[in-house]
Design a binder for this molecule. Structure first.
Ligand SMILES: Cc1cc2nc3c(=O)[nH]c(=O)nc-3n(C[C@H](O)[C@H](O)[C@H](O)COP(=O)(O)O)c2cc1C
Length: 340
């Protein structure tokens, strides 16, 4: 990584602000304090490149199984395809076990250019929780701390992504434990595991976490506009924000945030520009994966369809799209009422 170094918010430098737009984690300077959240099934290499192209300051991979890496499963290792990424940051999930985390992270650092390891302490899905991973770990601050220590001891920059608790607040216990273990940054999704994605993210709780944690804090949940991103940052004191679902359909949110910070306003893409954007993502995906099928990214393409008068019609057609040629044809179609 050739990117700029910076002075972070740790030890004596606590409270030091790098500048208005950037974010400093583990001594590495990210170009913008807003970045793209990990989304299982979406945040593969092409998506990460795509988000960066739209100005995301950072992008984290979808969650990758520690167990799969530990067993040397080829398919799992293939997910660590971060070569040439400017800020190689991947997320792992797994249960507690210092020595396994240490050994896997050592291997990752030797075999790949990954430097940032994020730990998933938030996944509420049964398949993951049943194994003792994801949000199941929130009840065990010592185990969470051991994992962070293992990653740090292995030589990586260690970050954590948490929820507020399972069904009641647990952060009062686990945030200090993560801080003591030397975590380099914490992202808080302001919901409980039992909520999955329902209700609204509790940014008051994120603000309360800010009051007890002086390290790098990233807030997450329900950000849909540049105004909201800046307002959340200013009112809660977080160092950065992470955007998940909204960025899927509106990757330009990051460029809008940059524009908003610089000028106080931002551009909204026209339907024609959105069509171009959909085609661009499809070609980037096909080029990165060296494949010809758009089926794996149908959901992302669909999420980008908005602002057209005949969006419903286009969505129906896109839900069956397979090839780039079909995509071009569908996007070129006029509203049914305009067709002869
Ligand atoms: C389809 C989907 C997949 C997700 N996958 C992950 C994941 O792999 N790791 C993770 O930490 N969070 C994951 N999340 C949670 C998001 O990163 C984020 O915390 C959540 O969506 C709230 O942010 P948002 O309101 O900006 O979407 C996922 C969310 C969704 C909707």
């Amino acid at each position: 990584m050739k990117e700029g170094r910076c002075v972070g918010k740790s030890g004596e430098e606590k409270g030091y602000t790098v500048d208005q737009h950037t974010l400093c984690i583990g001594g590495v300077k990210f170009p913008l304090w807003a970045g793209a959240a990990p989304l299982a099934g979406f945040s593969h290499r092409a998506y990460r490149d795509w988000m960066r192209r739209w100005g995301a300051g950072f992008v984290i991979s979808e969650m990758i199984s520690l167990e799969g890496l530990s067993r040397d499963q080829k398919k799992t290792w293939a997910l660590l395809d971060v070569e040439e990424e400017p800020f190689p940051w991947v997320q792992l999930f797994g249960r507690e076990d210092y020595s396994k985390w240490y050994a896997v992270v050592r291997k990752i650092l030797t075999r790949t250019s990954v430097r940032f390891i994020d730990v998933n302490f938030g996944c509420p899905v049964k398949k993951v929780v049943r194994t003792g991973a994801g949000s199941a770990l929130l009840r065990f601050p010592q185990a969470m701390a051991d994992i962070i220590r293992a990653i740090k001891d292995a030589g990586a920059i260690a970050t954590a992504k948490v929820r507020l608790g399972i069904d009641t607040p647990l952060w009062q216990e686990f945030i200090p434990a993560l801080a003591t273990a030397g975590v380099d940054a914490i992202t808080v999704h302001g919901r409980y595991a039992v909520q999955f994605y329902s209700g609204v993210a509790d940014w008051e709780a994120i603000k309360a976490i800010r009051e007890i944690y002086g390290g790098v804090l990233i807030g997450n949940g329900d950000i849909t506009t540049p105004e909201k991103a800046l307002e959340r940052k200013m009112t809660t004191g977080v160092d950065g924000v992470m955007i998940g679902r909204h960025a899927l359909g509106a990757p330009y949110i990051f460029r809008q945030i940059q524009q908003y910070l610089l000028t106080g306003s931002y551009e909204v893409p026209s339907p024609e520009e959105i069509k171009e954007m959909i085609l661009d993502y499809a070609s980037l995906y096909l080029a990165v994966t060296q494949t010809t099928s758009l089926v794996p990214i149908r959901a992302t393409l669909l999420a980008m369809v908005h602002g057209f008068s005949h969006a419903k019609y286009i969505r129906q057609a896109l839900s069956l799209v397979s090839t780039y040629e079909e995509l071009v044809r569908i996007l070129g179609q006029k509203e049914p009422s305009q067709e002869q």
